[in-house]
Write a protein that binds this ligand. Structure first.
Ligand SMILES: [Zn+2]
Length: 526
């Protein structure tokens, strides 16, 4: 472990093009082009993050946009809503005329200028995993919120510097440049995939397999070593998870991984995390860190493992419909049951393999997935739920593909292990998707996934399972499949309307699920 709690004051504003960065664009003339950003906090109480962006003019008219959504949070949010005092200037500081073209795009008259500088204030008052928040001594932002880009140019490298109050630090997954306090990204995707902490917070790190895993927490006092074991517990758990994850895929795919945790001391209606390729951001109640011996095991470890597994599954192993990301419109994919559900399944697998959890906790989680899935008022195919999440339908749980997808992952894993006498598992399917799709620079389809599963269980078996339980709405074959793993599945139907779901205790390798709904899918499957 390495403690790194120094503070840096940063005042840099570099306009020079970033040397040495290549651009994924065929035109030779673009090779040195980049966008430079300055993120400035003048008065934290104003809740305004001031943003300056300098980019090349695109002829007589230059279009700049902000994203409509943040990958991982499948909902249109149109961050341009939070922009105020938008201004554009050209060479020598001359004011440029502009108007709005659509909800997310500004049209700037750039005739006669080679560079365009855009400035605006961003209202950072949203406590949301895909939002931005500014407080007196601290702030965080998502790149999708504040980094305007020249329309159609996701390929440009970027350079980000900060002008912050004295004593404020920066924690971000963005790569360091040669200049202290200045960060770089090879393209827009990388730029906006790194949420950033600014201000006073605690940051610490642990070395795992030659890469640093960092933990930044705000407010810092919740990691006071004289009062709480939270720091040691969180770093140790992250290190254990990292080792298991690196083993699963054969390598760490990042130079370093950063976990950003914001602790909310006031009322909060949610707790969760949002994944990124080299980092993730969690927002959880501060109480989580007040009694870590209890709450970490109950809640935080699972959240960390889920978001961490996402660094592979969805950020790198990504449905083809989101390859590459398009920040201007919804990207519908039927595969969120893999991206979210199998991620949740593996969160539990990783915790168990890392010996952070015991087998009993794993089986309790399986029981909870079954209860949650079978308690749904309406049965929806996980593929349809994946599409529908964008519109938050009123008749089903928009997130049902988490629990149902985790179950499907378990059921497929057991079938693969059974068919191959435990020589192969879902681990191999996920590793193949990583090596043969992500590392080959492409997304994956349902057919790709089924082909890998089918190679172990038989393609006809994989395709029938798909038709029945993934595209289809047939009850899950708990009894038939769990038995293969030496687990028993029982349902106990209680005729007691309005009582809700009742859970019995788990003993040994046995799950007991009690349902109140006669004729439910669980009862039928059992
Ligand atoms: Zn997730």
């Amino acid at each position: 472990m390495l403690n790194a709690r120094g503070r840096l004051s940063m005042k840099y504003w570099q306009l020079a093009a970033v040397a040495g960065l290549t651009v994924g664009c065929a035109a030779v003339g673009w090779a040195q082009e980049s966008v430079s950003y300055l993120v400035r906090v003048e008065d934290p109480t104003s809740k305004l993050i001031h943003v300056e962006a300098e980019l090349a003019a695109e002829g007589d008219t230059t279009y700049v946009s902000l994203p409509a959504w943040t990958p991982g949070h499948y909902e249109l949010e149109n961050y341009a809503r939070f922009v105020r005092e938008f201004r554009a200037s050209g060479d020598g500081g001359s004011e440029l005329r502009w108007d709005k073209l659509d909800a997310d795009t500004w049209r700037i008259v750039s005739e006669g200028t080679t560079k365009v500088r855009v400035t605006f204030g961003f209202l950072a008052d949203t406590l949301n995993l895909s939002g931005s928040l500014l407080k007196e001594d601290f702030g965080f932002f998502n790149g999708t919120n504040i980094f305007v880009y020249p329309e159609g140019r996701y390929d440009l490298p970027a350079r980000v510097s900060f002008d912050l109050p004295e004593g404020w630090g920066v924690a971000t997954g963005l790569s360091d440049s040669e200049e202290p306090g200045v960060f770089v990204a090879s393209d827009y995707h990388e730029l906006v995939d790194n949420p950033t902490f600014v201000g006073h917070f605690d940051i610490d790190s642990v070395l795992v397999d030659s890469v640093w895993v960092r933990l930044a927490v705000y407010p810092a006092e919740y990691l006071d070593d004289s009062r709480t074991p939270a720091r040691a517990m969180a770093l140790e758990a992250l290190a254990q998870m990292a080792r298991v994850l690196h083993d699963l895929f054969g390598e760490p795919p990042y130079d370093r991984y950063t976990v950003l945790i914001y602790l909310e001391e006031g009322q909060i209606s949610f707790a969760g995390g949002l994944e990124h390729a080299d980092s993730h951001l969690d927002i959880v109640p501060a109480i989580t860190f007040q009694n870590p011996r209890f709450t970490f095991r109950q809640f935080l470890y699972r959240l960390l493992a889920h978001e961490y597994y996402h660094a592979w599954n969805v950020k790198r192993i990504r449905p083809v419909e989101m390859w590459p990301y398009d920040y201007e419109r919804r990207q519908y994919t039927p595969l969120l049951w893999v991206s979210e559900g199998i991620t949740d399944y593996y969160a539990h697998v990783v915790l168990t393999r890392a010996a952070i959890w015991g087998e009993g906790e794993f089986l309790n989680a399986v029981r909870d997935w079954i209860i949650q899935t079978e308690a749904l008022p309406a049965r929806e195919a996980v593929e349809d739920a994946s599409i529908n999440t964008w519109i938050d339908p009123t008749f089903v749980d928009r997130y049902m593909y988490y629990d149902a997808g985790a179950l499907l992952g378990l059921l497929l894993d057991i079938q693969i292990r059974h068919a191959t006498e435990n020589r192969r598992s879902l681990d191999d399917v996920m590793a193949k998707l990583y090596h043969e799709h992500y590392l080959e620079g492409r997304g994956f389809t349902t057919n790709d996934f089924l082909a890998y599963v089918g190679a172990y269980v038989g393609l006809d078996v994989a395709e029938q399972f798909y038709r029945d339980h993934i595209d289809g709405r047939r009850p899950y074959p708990y009894q038939q499949v769990l038995t293969l793993a030496g687990l028993s599945f029982e349902t106990d139907t209680i005729i007691e309307p309005f009582f809700g779901v009742q859970v019995a205790s788990t003993r040994d390798r046995r799950m007991l699920v009690r349902q109140v709904v006669p004729g439910s899918a669980a009862a039928a499957a059992g």
